[in-house]
Design a protein around this ligand. Structure first.
Ligand SMILES: Cc1cc2nc3c(=O)[nH]c(=O)nc-3n(C[C@H](O)[C@H](O)[C@H](O)COP(=O)(O)OP(=O)(O)OC[C@H]3O[C@@H](n4cnc5c(N)ncnc54)[C@H](O)[C@@H]3O)c2cc1C
Length: 450
């Protein structure tokens, strides 16, 4: 009971701030087995109910305790198609680890790091089963891949249609290499291909092919097209050269390799950069700007540091690397010369009454306005659902914010067309998108196999 929570190795902040290699080195075998020994193996495990895909956490940790890494991996894989990804990027502090009984009087078991250890170190062989039926999956992000994984597990064939040249969704184009190496995403995708998944990239559903055409080709469809349309603040100067949406900035770097010298993709190499926002996207953009060579990177956030929705670990890492947080601050306008960004004018905010989320809504005090010279600004204030899938499908119901409407099993207004993930909820988390993909797959499988 007295064993403290084990720590993963990490690149020191002054080194990692200048490279794109993975920050966390994870656990080695001895550390993993020691940490697994801290799990109480609770019968009514609250960690399991807090996991949107319902991984049997005590059972996989029990296998790890006995040094059975393959057994641990097999248990996780029954519920989770992307364990090496989830072990790295899930917000465990508000899910499984947030409910861990050991966390009541001390530190919770490091469930995420144990999941990552099992996924990275198991000897994996994918059993090929014969597949029946055919489900079309639109979007190769976590929702679509999780739906594919569950359908394949139940013996149902899938074809994933992805608009980009690589599958993975945000895992490929958004989350940087230093948090989630792209080789890890590709090896998880390879396991789905080995299990029989067909993948068609460069297919923009709604443009290259319509939803109705796809309905004729498949027994059912699942739409996991995400929320990749960036929101802007609608302030003066947002179109200046040097002002990016976080999606564009991160896509240039992560998907199109603008950081590694082997690609022709252009990107501003910042000297002074400011990122607007307080979520994971803002942290990723700020840390990428630093790694590209910026001397100074600011994060402009309208509420307090504690209110920032980013994972705690990402905020800690960003601050350790020397990124400066400007809390209670909003940008009022960007200034430029000859169409090129030169500064941002900001003002301080005052916390007002609590909003629906329980956080206090900030009001702007314009008398505090100050100017920050900079050459790069990155806007990370949220995204909206990708609109193209629904472009030629008027019977696919969406709400006023463009989110596809679907019931708890993911079924939409069109029979046998399901949807889930950010396309339905708006921007959320990897694991909630995966949970939605898995639930829809279970309903589709029940229907097709009955
Ligand atoms: C930079 C960044 C960092 C993040 N960090 C974290 C984190 O640390 N932890 C966490 O839990 N969550 C994080 N998130 C949120 C998380 O990544 C998303 O909630 C999750 O990826 C949603 O999965 P999805 O499958 O619904 O959508 P996406 O991942 O967006 O995938 C949708 C896919 O559909 C494709 N598509 C769109 N339209 C079409 C079309 N018309 N035809 C064919 N294909 C189409 C897109 O190209 C994309 O590949 C982060 C998000 C971003 C942007």
């Amino acid at each position: 009971m007295n064993i403290p929570r084990q720590r993963a190795t990490e690149q020191p902040p002054d080194i990692r701030a200048h490279n794109f290699s993975e920050v966390s080195g994870g656990f080695d075998k001895d550390t993993a087995i020691k940490e697994a020994g801290r799990c109480l193996g609770c019968k009514n495990a609250p960690c399991v109910s807090a996991c949107p895909v319902g991984v049997d956490i005590p059972r996989f940790i029990q296998s790890l305790k006995q040094g059975d890494i393959g057994g641990a991996y097999d248990v996780i894989r029954l519920s989770n198609a992307l364990p090496a990804v989830c072990g790295r990027v899930c917000p465990q502090e508000s899910q499984c680890e947030g409910k861990c009984v050991r966390g009541i009087k001390g530190e919770p078991v490091a469930i995420g790091l144990l999941e990552r250890y099992a996924a990275d170190n198991a000897d994996v062989t994918t059993a090929k089963v014969s597949l029946t039926h055919s489900v079309g999956i639109i979007g190769g992000g976590p929702a679509g891949l999780s739906c594919a994984g569950e359908l394949l597990r139940q013996g149902i064939g899938v074809t994933v249609y992805e608009s980009l040249h690589k599958v993975g969704g945000v895992l490929s184009y958004g989350i940087p290499e230093f948090r989630l190496p792209k080789s890890i995403v590709q090896s998880e995708v390879s396991r789905l291909i080995e299990a029989g998944a067909l993948i068609e990239t460069n297919v923009v559903v709604g443009k290259s092919i319509t939803l109705d055409e796809l309905r004729k080709k498949h027994n059912a469809l699942f739409i996991g097209s995400g929320a990749g349309l960036p929101n802007f603040m609608d302030i003066s100067g947002e179109r200046l050269c040097g002002v990016y949406s976080a999606n564009e900035f991160l896509t240039r770097i992560n998907l199109m390799g603008a950081y590694d010298g082997r690609h022709d993709t252009p990107v501003n190499i910042p000297r002074t950069a400011a990122v607007v926002g307080g979520g994971n996207v803002a942290m990723d953009a700020a840390r990428c700007a630093l790694r590209l060579g910026a001397d100074k990177v600011f994060i402009i956030y309208r509420r307090s540091a504690e209110d920032m929705p980013a994972r705690r670990e990402e905020v800690r890492h960003a601050l350790e690397e020397g990124i400066e947080l400007l809390p209670f601050t909003v940008p009022l306008r960007f200034n430029g010369e000859n169409g090129v960004l030169t500064s941002v004018v900001c003002a301080k905010t005052v916390p007002g009454e609590p909003d629906a989320s329980g956080r206090r809504s900030p009001t702007v005090d314009e008398s505090t306005a100050f100017e920050l010279p900079l050459d790069t600004a990155i806007i990370a204030v949220g995204t909206s659902p990708n609109p193209l899938v629904a472009a030629n499908a008027p019977s696919l119901t969406r709400d006023s914010r463009g989110r596809i409407t679907a019931d708890e099993n993911g079924e939409t207004s069109i029979a046998n067309v399901f949807a889930g993930g950010d396309a339905v909820t708006g921007a959320a988390t990897v694991i909630s998108a995966m949970g939605a993909g898995k639930r829809a797959a279970e309903t589709i499988a029940k229907r097709l196999l009955s």
